[in-house]
Design a protein around this ligand. Structure first.
Ligand code: FES
Length: 159
């Protein structure tokens, strides 16, 4: 994400909406990340937020690396997160991961050549009752099968 004057003003607005309060660092980072079409927080943005909140860049970086929903690397337009926690493990998240990798032609941790999708793991997304489950952007999809994965991806591609 290029750190333009506009980006700077948008980050200012986010920080000010949270009272420039360092205890609100997580929601500030989540909102700042959404400024990027590639769903990541650049080094420049992380540094700027650190200076606005009067905390160290190391602290901001630690928070970004702790939460799987945050990233310092550009992601796809659509971020697919595969839950690998207990219920999804028991119900075969590995089969869903294999389906996704097959349909997208990438491995977990990669971004498709057209920048449309990135694939990553996450911890429990609160949909254990419909596991195996994934989250695509803000939407959770459960009771997944190979066929259902294909349908979901083609619907997104057709948007
Ligand atoms: S364990 Fe996967 S959604 Fe809870």
């Amino acid at each position: 994400m290029t750190f333009t004057r506009e980006t700077c003003q948008q980050v200012d607005a986010i920080c000010e909406a949270h009272g420039n309060n360092e205890s609100h660092l997580l929601p500030i980072l989540q909102e700042a990340q959404e400024l990027s079409p590639y769903h990541y927080i650049s080094q420049e943005v992380a540094s700027y937020i650190a200076s606005k909140l009067n905390v160290t860049l190391a602290h901001v970086s630690a928070v970004i690396s702790f939460f799987s929903s945050l990233s310092t690397e550009p992601r796809g337009k659509h971020v697919i997160q595969i839950c690998k926690s207990t219920a999804c493990l028991v119900n075969g998240y590995q089969n869903i991961r294999d389906s996704l990798e097959e349909h997208l032609g990438i491995k977990v941790g990669q971004v498709t050549d057209d920048q449309m999708f990135s694939l990553e793991y996450t911890e429990c997304i609160g949909a254990c009752d419909v596991s195996p489950a994934i989250r695509i952007d803000k939407t959770v999809h459960g009771n997944l099968t190979h066929e259902k994965v294909a349908t979901i991806l083609s619907e997104i591609r057709g948007r």
